[in-house]
Design a protein around this ligand. Structure first.
Ligand SMILES: *Cc1c(COP(=O)(O)O)cnc(C)c1O
Length: 381
């Protein structure tokens, strides 16, 4: 029986050639020619004001926490249904995390529950565009304006996805908050094994971002010939990737449209295949709100309860197919639960117990998807 894993990193075929070119160029540390080409690609395709590759999305989030000067006791609002890095980045600077529940129709943060969580210690809101589907950014940016807060988009899963605001303007995710963080981990649409990027949409942060990323030095300015020597000017760390990583990433970027088209066809095949179950009220399928686009990062279903989800996982396993659940709510994690003082987050708990992700990768055949859908339907018949 054919084995179908949950994820399989897709190689476009040019990765080795570009890595070889990077090696031959003699400059394989950070900010070499492939890094610059990646920056230019993102800035021109998405109109991001300033992009800087990082070694991971985790690093990009840590840079964001440094840039907005998080101090012990500052509060940061984010969903509990997210990856640990979303909160760790701020916890490392001493922040108190204020967890918010998810929406009923989507695992993303419930925008209508944010305002009551804001206090005079709140410094930032970190929306996570779960599955690459936009949060309602008009609502979040309006709160940020009203209370003078920063917004950092965790756009780890959100490459090539868009949000259309009330004004009718369609903007790429990652271009709306003051800062945004993307991931190029091998489980994401576009990847370099490990990798990430910080996007800076607010001019005030550009200069300092370059410094923080280069160990707290003004080396970037030195390389541009703007200063005649460089030194220690601020706090910072080493957040920039080798140009070898950027070479790999650039090969992926050149094929972004092809990759996205393929993933969309896979997503649609799942949706069509499982729609009858949603129509009967048996399963909840992903909801794409009218203001959002779908970048087909993930295909998930929401089961009725934990027991059904476990049984479906086991049934798929019998046909050699991997399916996996996702986050365990951070407010109930071993690290955080003892210090959590907030309310119950029932939607978040529901996604923790009931959300199931199905295999999603470039090389997945439509026929495989049909078989997976048939197996799931057989469970309910
Ligand atoms: C993948 C992911 C991250 C972490 O990305 P890395 O590049 O592995 O550090 C952070 N947040 C979310 C929502 C993610 O999906």
């Amino acid at each position: 029986m054919k084995r179908i894993g949950f994820n399989k990193p897709y190689l476009t075929g040019k990765e080795n050639e570009y890595i070889y070119q990077a090696v031959l160029s003699g400059k394989i540390s950070g900010d070499g020619s492939f890094t610059k080409r990646c920056h230019q690609f993102f800035e021109s395709r998405y109109g991001f004001k300033k992009c800087l590759l990082t070694t991971s999305c985790t690093d990009a989030l840590e840079m964001a926490a440094l840039l907005i000067d998080i101090k012990p006791g500052d509060e940061v609002i984010m969903p509990s249904y997210t990856f640990v890095s979303t909160s760790n980045a701020f916890v490392l600077r001493g922040a108190k995390i204020i967890f918010c529940d998810s929406r009923k129709d989507h695992p993303g943060i419930d925008e209508d529950l944010i305002e009551p969580l804001i206090t005079n210690r709140t410094k930032a809101i970190v929306p996570v565009h779960y599955a690459g589907v936009a949060c309602d950014m008009d609502k979040i940016m309006a709160l940020a304006d009203k209370y003078n807060l920063y917004v950092i988009e965790d756009a780890a899963q959100a490459i090539d996805s868009y949000y259309t605001g009330k004004n009718g303007v369609k903007r790429p995710l990652g271009s709306i908050g003051h800062l945004a963080a993307f991931s190029f981990h091998e489980t994401k649409n576009i990847m370099s094994g490990e990798g990430g990027m910080i996007v800076i949409n607010d001019d005030r942060f550009i200069h300092r971002a370059e410094i923080i990323r280069e160990k707290g030095t003004n080396r970037s300015q030195f390389f541009r010939g703007e200063v005649d020597k460089y030194g220690w000017v601020d706090i910072g760390s080493s957040f920039l990737p080798s140009d070898i990583i950027a070479a790999f990433l650039f090969a992926q970027l050149e094929n972004l449209d092809d990759i996205q088209q393929k993933r969309k066809a896979i997503w649609e095949a799942y949706y069509e295949g499982l729609k009858p179950l949603q129509e009967k009220g048996i399963l909840q399928l992903p909801v794409i709100p009218p203001y959002a686009t779908n970048n087909s990062h993930m295909f998930y279903v929401v089961c009725k309860d934990l027991e059904q989800r476990t049984e479906i996982i086991n049934l798929l396993k019998k046909s050699n197919t991997d399916s996996v659940f996702h986050y365990l709510s951070l407010h109930k994690s071993p690290y955080y639960t003892a210090q959590y003082q907030g309310k119950d987050l029932p939607e978040c708990d529901r996604y923790t117990d009931c959300l199931l992700r199905l295999p999603m990768y470039y090389e997945l055949a439509i026929e495989d998807i049909e078989n997976i859908c048939t197996t799931i339907k057989s469970y309910y018949s």
